[in-house]
Design a protein around this ligand. Structure first.
Ligand SMILES: NC(=O)c1ccc[n+]([C@@H]2O[C@H](COP(=O)([O-])OP(=O)(O)OC[C@H]3O[C@@H](n4cnc5c(N)ncnc54)[C@H](OP(=O)(O)O)[C@@H]3O)[C@@H](O)[C@H]2O)c1
Length: 402
């Protein structure tokens, strides 16, 4: 676990931070209030040098090399909202043997194999706890606690902003638009809200979680995902009549040596612990072979909850922690495979006819001037067909795996 390359034996760790938006400012606030960690921000690189900042101007730069080439800076903290620029920063920092902390789930998920190799090649750690479910310590738990246990599945609410929107709609009767505006005002959404609404954000996290659970690199574009962008009043009424709420659920699991994964809206009833996870909270249910279920809950977005996960990684670096990617070296022989049947609700334009031949069975069919839907069993692989139709009047919600 030890790494010799970053200079953690100094009294005060010097941080070079990229980004001073929601999370960057959260990091600054949490760092100021944390007595147990001996770290100082030496420089902050931002994009727009003309913006007014809450800290002295001398602390800021628009030239990233001032951080990357500063031999006094031990740890680079990458908190920007541009995944391509973020990768260049992280790569360069690792090449210069500076330990890195990042919260950028898009960049990490899209570049996991490269980031893994860079860490090995330069023997320098990259930690990214804040990238998955913000304040919930899931990655370090998967790496450390679950090393010897055989995990069957990880399922949960991985996206704080859509959960905030869904719980405002279901619990407070807000319109979808009003709930989205509130989530944006509170800093819970990504700069581009499509990443949240269409389920990209949770699928990035799922890709990262798969690596730390099953040791597989499954790129985000290979994981089926469908967001809440097409949810309407009709779907909400259907959920209410079923005594359920709708949550955007991400899951990865193993079955017969294969690992499948998806991210889908799901009807969740009161029996599931996830039904009580509201607002910007995230929840994760881990199912293990011998310990049954364990449930983690915590804030999944926002300045200070995310900032506190970043601080935890900085602190871990001061005692030479690094991910060992133990599941990769365990060589358990898992392969990706999406041969799993799901019971799905599919709503489409009233009285329209859609090709339902991909459904294996249909158990319920409804048609009215407000909406038409079927409920039936379909293979996960066949759901891609309906996603690609991309009709604004189509929506799908998972009921259960069958
Ligand atoms: N917000 C959350 O709750 C949350 C939770 C978990 C993870 N994250 C992740 O944390 C990261 C930051 O999110 P955020 O919400 O803090 O974003 P944000 O509020 O939009 O702030 C982005 C910051 O990045 C800076 N920036 C953008 N491009 C840059 C570049 N090329 N070089 C230097 N600085 C650059 C911006 O500079 P200017 O100030 O000059 O515009 C701004 O300060 C993202 O990867 C996000 O996915 C966010």
């Amino acid at each position: 676990m030890a790494t010799n390359n970053h200079k953690s034996n100094r009294n005060t760790v010097k941080l070079g931070v990229f980004g001073f938006g929601c999370v960057g400012q959260g990091l600054h606030q949490v760092l100021n209030a944390t007595r147990g960690i001996n770290a100082d921000i030496k420089k902050i690189c931002i994009k727009d040098g003309r913006k007014k900042r809450s800290l002295p101007t001398a602390l800021f730069t628009t030239d990233g090399d001032e951080i990357l080439n500063d031999p006094e800076i031990d740890i680079v903290v990458e908190l920007i909202d541009d995944s391509e620029a973020a990768y260049e920063i992280v790569k360069s920092a690792l090449q210069k043997r500076k330990a890195v902390v990042s919260a950028n789930k898009k960049m990490i998920a899209e570049k996991l194999p490269e980031l893994y190799k860079l860490q090995q090649k330069y023997n320098t750690p990259l930690l990214y706890e804040a990238s998955c479910c913000a304040s919930i310590p899931i990655i370090r738990n998967l790496e450390e606690y679950y090393d010897n246990d055989l995990l069957n599945s990880v399922e949960g609410i991985f996206n704080g902003s859509t959960n905030y929107i869904l719980s405002s709609v279901f619990n407070e009767g807000l319109t979808f638009e009003k709930a989205l505006t509130q989530a944006q005002e509170l800093g819970f959404t990504e700069s581009d809200p499509v990443l949240d609404l269409e389920g990209f954000d949770p699928v990035y996290k799922t890709s990262i979680v798969i690596l730390h659970t099953f040791g597989l690199f499954i790129p985000p574009e290979e994981i089926f995902h469908y967001g809440i962008q097409n949810l309407n009043a009709f779907d909400i009424e259907v959920a209410r009549k079923r005594g359920a709420t709708i949550k955007l659920i991400s899951k990865c699991a193993k079955k017969d040596g294969k690992v499948y994964a998806y991210c889908l809206p799901k009807f969740v009833n009161g029996n599931s612990p996830l039904s009580k996870v509201d607002e910007e909270y995230n929840g994760i249910v881990l199912e293990s072979c011998f310990a049954e279920n364990q449930f983690f809950v915590g804030k999944g977005a926002g300045a200070q909850p995310t900032g506190s996960a970043v601080i935890s990684d900085i602190s871990a670096l001061t005692y030479q922690y690094k991910y060992e990617y133990k599941k990769i070296s365990q060589k358990n022989g898992y392969e990706p495979g999406n041969n799993i049947n799901l019971k799905v609700y599919m709503r489409y334009r009233p009285y329209a006819s859609i090709d339902l031949t991909r459904f294996r069975t249909i158990t319920e069919k409804y048609s009215s001037s407000d909406g038409s839907y079927v409920i039936g069993t379909i293979n996960l692989k066949d759901l891609w067909y309906y996603k690609q139709i991309d009709e604004a009047d189509l929506n799908m919600v998972l009921l259960e795996e069958v």
